[in-house]
Design a protein around this ligand. Structure first.
Ligand code: MN
Length: 306
């Protein structure tokens, strides 16, 4: 049962455990987050003395409408249920392995082609079914209702062009217009549609998010300048006012080699426009502090030339 596990590994090179099958009550599970060459989550179910395992590239599906690929992998020894560590590069599964969740589970059905379970973990809970498709691949399907809000449409809110600033400036925040390529980044299951944000997406792990911003070339390097957050950690934020989204964005601390959070100044305008001129930026965008995020052109966002 563990022959395949041992064949793939060299005990002198990997810190992973090597144990014998250890029959128990077939009711414990662990999910590892595995930052191998490609990020994935490993679902392991105690069964007949070993951990039956599936590698799930996008993690457990949060929504019954979307099934996720689950690659059936070799059985692991029971000791693996508490294993966390760094598998050396070049070894099988090289990369960081950490426990994403563990707990108990119930078996509703277990055949060679279908496994129906109820997970009772801290983060993973509910009914799931793993089933083999025509080939050797498996899929995992959530049988319970979705545990998170659906992602909002990836359609940007656009500013109207104005030549003069409104009178009630205290109701707006001023940001630079960057003159870059408007981009909404979706981060889901550790993946993203924006190539240069891949390391950031991997750091988000299983936390889904949508960030609005622009791809801008600064000092010869293309960076993602982020100025809004539309979704985070299972919650849609498009109905929240600008001020709340801005707070949440700042808490996310989007700052790294290829991504940064755009500055914003509530109640300011003249000084921001002056700075935009000095930095040869095309203009200033005034955003109403109390406005939700609405796709398309909106009178709540005003673009003024610098
Ligand atoms: Mn793995």
């Amino acid at each position: 049962m563990l022959d395949r596990y041992r064949d793939k590994r060299d005990a002198s090179r990997t810190p992973e455990p090597f144990g014998e099958p250890r029959p128990g009550s077939d009711d414990s599970f662990v999910i590892h987050e595995h930052h191998a060459r490609s990020l994935h989550w490993d679902l392991r179910l105690e069964r007949a003395g070993v951990l039956a395992s599936w590698a799930i590239p996008k993690g457990l599906p949060p929504d019954p409408k979307v099934n996720h690929l689950a690659v059936h992998t070799e059985d692991h020894p029971m000791e693996y249920a508490t294993f966390e560590g760094e598998i050396p590069q070049g070894e099988y599964g090289g990369g960081a392995m950490s426990i994403w969740d563990r707990g108990t589970y119930e078996t509703e059905k277990w055949t060679d082609r279908e496994v129906k379970i109820v997970l009772h973990g801290e983060r993973a809970s509910g009914r799931f079914v793993l089933f083999q498709t025509d080939g050797k691949n498996w899929m995992i399907h959530r049988m319970d209702p979705a545990t998170r809000d659906p992602l909002p449409p990836a359609e940007p809110m656009l500013a109207m062009r104005r030549s003069r600033a409104p009178k009630d400036l205290s109701r707006y925040a001023a940001e630079f217009a960057w003159g870059g390529r408007r981009t909404i980044a979706t981060i889901d299951g550790g993946r993203t549609n924006v190539k240069l944000l891949r390391p950031l997406a991997e750091r988000f792990g299983s936390r889904a998010a949508m960030l609005d911003g622009e791809l801008v070339t600064l000092q010869g390097v293309e960076v993602f300048v982020c100025f809004d957050v539309l979704y985070d950690d299972g919650v849609s934020l498009v109905g929240e006012p600008y001020t709340r989204r801005r707070e949440l964005l700042e808490e996310l601390d989007v700052s790294g080699p290829r991504w940064l959070t755009a500055p914003a100044w509530a109640g300011e305008f003249a000084a921001v426009r002056q700075a935009a001129r000095e930095q040869r930026l095309p203009g200033v965008v005034l955003k109403r502090l109390d406005s939700p995020y609405v796709p398309g052109e909106s009178k709540h966002w005003l673009h003024l030339p610098s």
